[in-house]
Design a protein around this ligand. Structure first.
Ligand code: ADP
Length: 270
């Protein structure tokens, strides 16, 4: 503890021993490893990467869970075609929704009457929801939990970084000019919060022609290796634009994906 400590850890940057803002888990829950999936901007495929990693983990015999911390823009339930509702009580705890292959999930869409209802909540309510998704749920023997973060470095990512015991973050990006600046912001935030970075995943990196097999850089030339080297990070994977993936997401059938994309990355998260 530093001299003149105000005990307001939320706004303090000091790396001090008494600093622990982690929310406790429910006493009946067990969660092994926890990884945040982050991106500097929206629409780069962060939720798809989260879903694919969970699907691969579950296939590898690892009990996976997804905490959808994208409170106002949840897309995880849609990708899994999951329409369940969170049940339980404040006293006994709440049950997550289980996907067809057994992945446990929590998302604001499981609280709404209609999945088209907008979530128009103030910041503190949103932050409180994220904490409850972690601490009030009955997480049944989870080996690896993936936290789908909202894009950017705002209030909710800050809440997740501070309140959940993250083992690491995976940064998802797509090829474009802004990538260096966007990735640098995400890297700096993780460093500031003392959370290790597992590595970078470049999504929509290329399109492979189904006829001739040639690769096309639809969104421009990739700079991912250069950006990774600048920050001393690993490129975990480069994912192609694959219309089959779009179709599976749209149909809510991401668990039917039978390819090997991200299988190695998932293996390293165990
Ligand atoms: P984010 O979470 O970063 O906002 P999503 O994961 O929701 O982005 O992806 C947005 C949409 O783009 C999804 O509906 C998904 O179907 C599509 N998509 C993302 N990555 C790919 C890909 N590599 N190939 C095909 N479609 C993709």
């Amino acid at each position: 503890m530093t001299e003149n400590c105000s005990h307001d850890c939320g706004s303090c940057q000091q790396d001090c021993a008494s600093r622990d803002l982690h929310e406790p888990l429910h006493n009946l829950s067990r969660v092994g490893k926890v990884y945040g999936v982050v991106s500097g901007k929206g629409g780069v495929g962060k939720s798809l990467v989260t879903s694919l990693l969970a699907v691969q983990l579950q296939k590898q015999g690892v009990q996976a869970a997804i905490l959808d911390a994208d409170i106002t823009g949840p897309s995880i339930p849609k990708m899994f075609g999951a329409k369940g509702k969170i049940t339980g009580t404040e006293d006994s705890g709440f049950f997550p929704v289980t996907s067809r292959s057994g992945i446990e999930m929590v998302s604001t869409n499981f609280l709404l009457d209609h999945d088209t209802d907008p979530v128009v909540w103030r910041g503190p309510i949103i932050a409180g929801t994220v904490k409850q998704f972690w601490g009030s749920m009955l997480w049944d023997d989870i080996d690896v939990m993936l936290v789908d973060m909202p894009p950017g470095t705002g209030d909710v990512p800050l809440t997740v970084f501070q309140s959940l015991p993250l083992d690491g973050v995976i940064i998802v990006t797509s090829p474009q000019d802004l990538v260096s600046m966007i990735v640098t912001k995400a890297v700096r935030m993780a460093e500031l919060m003392h959370v290790p970075i597992v590595g970078l995943i470049e999504n929509m990196a290329y399109f492979r022609c189904p006829n001739c097999g040639s690769e096309h850089a639809i969104f421009g030339k990739s700079h991912i290796e250069q950006v990774a080297a600048e920050h001393g990070l690993k490129v975990l994977a480069r994912l192609p634009i694959d219309p089959a993936l779009t179709a599976l997401c749209d149909a809510g059938k991401i668990e039917d994906y039978d390819g090997q994309l991200l299988a190695d990355v998932a293996n390293d998260l165990k």
